[in-house]
Design a protein around this ligand. Structure first.
Ligand code: DSN
Length: 415
């Protein structure tokens, strides 16, 4: 782990928690589909002197002096994002994916405009129109879902678009296990004269590696986070066609944000460079292989997966036939050393706080070197933990098995 000697001296309480968190990450199997383990290079950039610098504005058009180095870094980051994802323009300043989406809304829409996005409980995202989020509060959003096979029904999306006449259609999800057909979304958007936003936060690493079709030829705007399958620091990026560049930049600053986080932008630049390398393609291939192995093995162990399979990095375990809830079983998994999040399944009889599902993803375990054989053991641990959730002795034994896997694949040793 990175040296934290200074924190230990200045603030032992925080240092203690950082060390404890490092131990937790080292000794647990991370299956939260949106988390990952960055390289040391990304982490060093994130913890660098760049955190001291104010740089409101854009490279070479700043409101503060002393920006010559952050200008170079931010331009590098923009260039790498455009090259990696094949887009004309990139704004790398959004602090998060939700803020990236918010900036697109601010640029493309007026309050009250019609929007079509994916329903949160069917796998969408809060910022795609949830009634409790700015997107649902200030805009007139209708939401599409998935069918019983776990897929988007594109004809239904089309019918909804024809009826609702959205000014913006959003595709992209935070819990969708299938390939997204960006071309079909473009055709629907064109039919109703809508702009198209592709939020690739979850699949960015797979898109970068060429293992998921790119939205670049079809979307007006592409937003992403940088910390999920892309394996960068926590943050967001907006990419767009050149005609929208100026408006998007203005929406980010001064529209939504003040000073950009140049240390995070440097870490994004490092991550984008890493993601352009052949090793990253191998990594992304293994993420998918691991996810498919996990899905197959869970099914072989008698559990259900929404839609029965995965085509990307994640899946949702459907617990309805076990009579157990997502909330309880996510806690049981934590007890045996596996971190995952409870998640609704389509038509979930339970509330979003309880749920009947658990979302599972493989980007983080793949980073630490898990291969198919390890993943099969993970699936067996999950299945046995759910089956024996009231048996303390059995759970203890499963915890030992998960710890053995973690020890086999330690984190932060090779770089
Ligand atoms: N919280 C993220 C996820 O887990 O998918 C989405 O923002």
């Amino acid at each position: 782990m990175m040296n934290i000697e200074h924190i230990k001296r200045v603030d032992p309480e925080v240092a203690e928690q950082i060390e404890a968190e490092f131990k937790r990450q080292s000794e647990t199997i991370e299956l939260i589909a949106s988390e990952n383990i960055t390289s040391m290079a990304v982490m060093e950039a994130n913890g660098s002197v760049l955190t001291n610098k104010y740089a409101e504005g854009k490279p070479h058009k700043r409101f503060y002096n002393g920006c010559s180095h952050v200008d170079v870094i931010e331009e590098l980051c923009q260039k790498r994002a455009c090259e990696l994802f094949g887009m004309d323009h990139a704004n790398v300043q959004p602090h998060s994916g939700a803020q990236a989406n918010m900036a697109v809304f601010m640029y493309a829409l007026n309050p009250g405009d019609n929007v079509l996005g994916m329903d949160l409980s069917n796998g969408g995202h809060l910022s795609h129109g949830s009634p409790v989020n700015f997107s649902g509060l200030y805009f007139n959003v209708k939401s599409y879902g998935i069918n019983d096979e776990g897929e988007i029904d594109y004809e239904n999306v089309r019918q909804m678009a024809l009826e609702h006449k959205p000014k913006l259609i959003i595709c992209g999800a935070s819990n969708y296990a299938r390939i997204i057909d960006f071309k079909k979304f473009r055709e629907i958007a064109d039919e109703v004269g809508a702009l198209l936003l592709a939020d690739i936060a979850h699949i960015a690493g797979l898109v970068a590696a060429g293992l998921h079709p790119s939205p670049a030829p079809y979307a007006d705007f592409v937003t992403t986070t940088t910390h999920k399958s892309l394996r960068g620091p926590r943050g967001g990026i907006i990419m767009c066609k050149q005609e929208h560049a100026l408006g998007i930049d203005k929406a980010v600053f001064p529209g939504m944000q003040g000073g950009p986080l140049e240390h995070v932008i440097a870490a994004k630049a490092v991550a984008l460079l890493e993601a352009s390398k052949p090793e990253f393609k191998e990594y992304a291939k293994q993420i998918i292989k691991n996810a498919q192995t996990l899905a197959d093995e869970l099914v072989a162990n008698g559990l259900d997966i929404v839609g029965g399979k995965t085509e990307n990095h994640l899946m949702t375990l459907d617990l309805r036939k076990t009579g157990k809830t997502g909330k309880d079983m996510a806690n049981v998994l934590e007890e045996v050393g596996i971190t995952a999040n409870k998640n609704t399944v389509p038509n979930d009889p339970q509330s979003p706080f309880v749920t009947s599902g658990i979302r599972l993803g493989t980007p983080a375990v793949t980073t630490r070197g898990f291969k198919e054989e390890d993943i099969r053991e993970v699936a067996r641990i999950i299945a046995e933990a759910i089956k024996n959730s009231d048996d303390a002795e059995k759970l203890k034994e499963l915890r030992e098995r998960s710890l053995a896997l973690c020890k086999k694949h330690p984190i932060y040793i090779s770089d």
